[in-house]
Ligand binder design. Structure first.
Ligand SMILES: [Zn+2]
Length: 163
């Protein structure tokens, strides 16, 4: 199985079916993996600014509900710092799930992607993941890479009702 390494916390959102598509500056090498299952690997590099992205905040709010919704600002910031980010850091440098890449298209195609799609980028559209890996440390690479055999054999946890 081949894989794609994505910066955190974006990788978390892609791996757990909260984000589609993934945006890339170029169509290759992704086009060569069309219709393949791709491992979703969390890089060790973080994009902390993503925590302030409204789409990401929506996804985080679903996965890690604000313990005090009446206090939107202070509680959320504290919750983010004390609970959410430490939990997400547990995933750094690990293989998380696999999703089938079903389309790669350019922004000029007037696509029907949702608001995760960035204008001016190529959109990697995935089917929902139906299997999660037990998050397993694994070296990541730029571009398309192949998951080592011993890592590809790690236990998988079926996601019920994902289809
Ligand atoms: Zn699109």
């Amino acid at each position: 199985m081949r894989a794609v390494t994505i910066q955190m916390p974006w990788a978390w959102a892609v791996a757990y079916n909260l984000k589609n598509p993934e945006n890339r500056g170029r169509p290759d090498p992704w086009r060569s993996a069309q219709d393949a299952m791709l491992g979703i690997h969390a890089g060790k590099t973080w994009d902390y600014e993503a925590l302030f992205d409204l789409r990401m905040q929506r996804a985080l709010d679903v996965a890690f509900p604000n313990p005090d919704p009446m206090d939107r600002v202070h509680t959320w910031q504290q919750h983010l710092r004390d609970v959410v980010v430490p939990q997400l850091h547990e995933l750094d440098g690990k293989l998380l799930s696999a999703r089938r890449l079903i389309d790669v298209h350019g922004y000029r195609s007037l696509c029907t992607c949702d608001d995760w799609a960035e204008p001016g980028q190529f959109h990697l559209v995935f089917e929902p993941a139906v299997e999660f890996f037990e998050p397993t440390p694994c070296r990541g690479y730029q571009g398309l890479w192949t998951v080592p055999f011993d890592v590809a054999e790690i236990p998988r946890i079926a996601l019920a009702g994902a289809r």
